[in-house]
Write a protein that binds this ligand. Structure first.
Ligand SMILES: NC(=O)c1ccc[n+]([C@@H]2O[C@H](COP(=O)([O-])OP(=O)(O)OC[C@H]3O[C@@H](n4cnc5c(N)ncnc54)[C@H](O)[C@@H]3O)[C@@H](O)[C@H]2O)c1
Length: 528
């Protein structure tokens, strides 16, 4: 992480005095906290404090037997007393907390002086790991799942970092350098910062999110020269220092093979090498273009994404799809290349024109429909799409999908919701008249019509209209769009499968759609 200046404006001064001492691992039963604590303590050369073990020493018996004899309230009181003591210790290096410890308000307050890492695990995986054990709260599956659902928001609210642990201990080991960087950064008291650990089959990487992060000079990873390729408008508005930098125009019309060649040749002339870190600083166009250049330059160099539009902060910067358009079709030339890191500063969205925010809103609504649950509830109740909570909810949804299926062979296809018609509309308008997000908004309305979700379509149309997104595009013919859909690169055996919706949180790929139905749905969003 780079040097950090004064506390960011608007940042609570009380926080400035806090030096984050320990790494405190929290999470549900079976998340792997004890294993992770041992690994982290060894890596950081610091003492490991496993509070369940300390508690058993103090009780002089196992937690299970004390819990069974004295009951949960008596157990929680003893646990709280011990945890407050441990968290106040000056040598609190790496601390693993029991799964229910965050039920205490006093414990939650005591976490303020530490870096709280939530080891996230799904209910099913957690049950698989602990069901054979003796734990008092893991004897009845239904109760276990209820508890898992109840505790999730408590962990989420307390966490500075989230690491999913479906593959322990590798995920935790890989995340340690980023966790160390997070602790260092938080201890500088420059402002809040969160870490979300992204997993994918071809590699894991950290996503840092924090208001004012750019202004504070937060950056990760360090090492090698920093080669910044920026959107020229962004470079004029925001600063990101580099050892070498280049500005190129943004906008879809610039996402071309010719522009990629220009960037690649400039990199070659500047002597960019395999040890350097290429940084894409701009919206989704720059992220896709520069990510593609990094993927193919010398057969692949590291690339960090610093997204500056809502589209890029909620969607485009994650998941490793990079590429450029051909005049014939969008994203036809590309490569998978996972970023080395993503740095998200929601403050940079302050300079984004409102039409661009609206375009990003389409991706927010799409992602919330895929996620369902709390994210959809937030979005449908009119939450500000640029709010950090919404951005984190969206990126978490995308990362979870990509972790399951990096290469678009199954689950990942849901992210294409609204994009089949959306991409055809972009191509039909020469990539100039419609922003990507505006096209996705129209495509999403078509997908909801094709899904037979009238009420949901109306609700989404009202959300779009409140943000100023167009409900129709003029000067485009239905036949042309249907023809372009048929050329979609996801077509299989002559037909293009659609992503359809049977409710918020219930989105699935691979649905055939009859040509006449498609015509009718497209007819509602275009007029020739
Ligand atoms: N790779 C993926 O998974 C993925 C996902 C979604 C979208 N995308 C791609 O993303 C692209 C769309 O991205 P986009 O909507 O960010 O477009 P964009 O990158 O063209 O940015 C939109 C406009 O905003 C300007 N801009 C950027 N940041 C700004 C800021 N902070 N302040 C002021 N102006 C700013 C740019 O100069 C540009 O004019 C499309 O090409 C789409 O295919 C990729």
């Amino acid at each position: 992480m780079g040097a950090v200046g004064a506390a960011a404006p608007g940042f609570d001064e009380a926080d400035a005095a806090v030096v984050r001492r320990g790494i405190v691992l929290v999470g549900f039963m079976g998340a792997g906290k004890s294993t992770a604590a041992a690994l982290a303590a060894r890596a950081f050369g610091e003492p490991e404090l496993d509070t369940d073990r300390l508690l058993e020493q103090e009780l002089g018996e196992t937690i299970e037997s004390f819990f069974d004899r004295e009951g949960e309230a008596a157990f929680r009181a003893r646990e709280e007393e011990l945890l407050l003591g441990v968290l106040a210790r000056p040598d609190a290096g790496v601390v693993a907390l029991g799964g229910g410890a965050l039920g205490s308000e006093r414990v939650r307050a005591a976490l303020r002086g530490h870096v709280v890492v939530w080891l996230e695990v799904g209910a099913e995986e957690a049950w698989r790991r602990v069901a054979v054990g003796e734990r008092p709260l893991a004897r009845d599956r239904e109760r276990f799942e209820r508890l898992h659902a109840e505790r999730r928001p408590v962990y989420a609210a307390a966490a500075d970092a989230v690491v999913r642990t479906e593959a322990p201990p590798e995920a935790v080991l890989a995340a340690l350098p980023a966790l160390g960087a997070l602790r260092e950064e938080l201890s500088r008291a420059g402002g809040p910062l969160r870490l979300v650990w992204a997993r994918s089959a071809s590699g894991d990487y950290p996503v840092f999110v924090g208001r004012g992060a750019l202004r504070r000079g937060v950056f990760h990873p360090v090492g090698g020269r920093r080669v910044v390729v920026a959107d020229e408008r962004v470079a004029a508005l925001h600063e990101l220092s580099g050892d070498w930098s280049l500005s190129v125009p943004g906008g879809e019309a610039e996402k071309t093979v010719a522009r990629a060649e220009e960037v690649l040749r400039a990199m070659a002339r500047a002597g960019v090498g395999r040890d350097d870190l290429v940084v894409a600083f701009g919206g989704g166009v720059i992220g896709d273009l520069v990510g593609f250049c990094a993927a193919v330059y010398q057969r692949g160099v590291r690339c960090a994404q610093v997204p500056t539009t809502l589209v890029a902060q909620v969607d485009a910067a994650y998941g490793g799809k990079t590429g450029v358009d051909l005049p014939e079709a969008k994203n036809y030339v590309g490569a998978y290349h996972q970023p080395a890191a993503v740095l998200v500063d929601p403050d940079v969205l302050a300079t984004l024109p409102h039409e661009e925010v609206a375009a990003g809103y389409a991706e927010v609504v799409k992602t919330a429909l895929i996620a369902g649950g709390p994210l959809w509830d937030q979005v449908r109740s009119g939450a500000d799409p640029a709010a950090e909570e919404v951005i984190v909810g969206c990126l978490g949804t995308k990362l979870a999908v990509v972790a399951e299926d990096e290469r678009d062979e199954g689950r990942r296809q849901v992210l294409n919701l609204g994009h089949t018609v959306g991409h055809a509309l972009e191509a039909a308008t020469g990539y100039r008249r419609l922003r990507h997000g505006e096209a996705v908004a129209l495509g999403l309305l078509c997908a909801l019509r094709l899904s037979g979700q009238e009420a949901l379509r109306e609700e989404v149309a009202a959300l779009f209209s409140a943000r100023g997104l167009p409900a129709r595009i003029e000067g485009v013919g239905v036949d042309e769009v249907v023809e372009l859909v048929a050329r979609d690169k996801k077509r299989r055996g002559g037909s293009v499968p659609f992503v359809l919706v049977s409710g918020a949180g219930a989105v699935s790929p691979g649905h055939p759609v009859a040509k006449e139905e498609l015509r009718a749905a497209v007819d509602e969003v275009v007029c020739g």
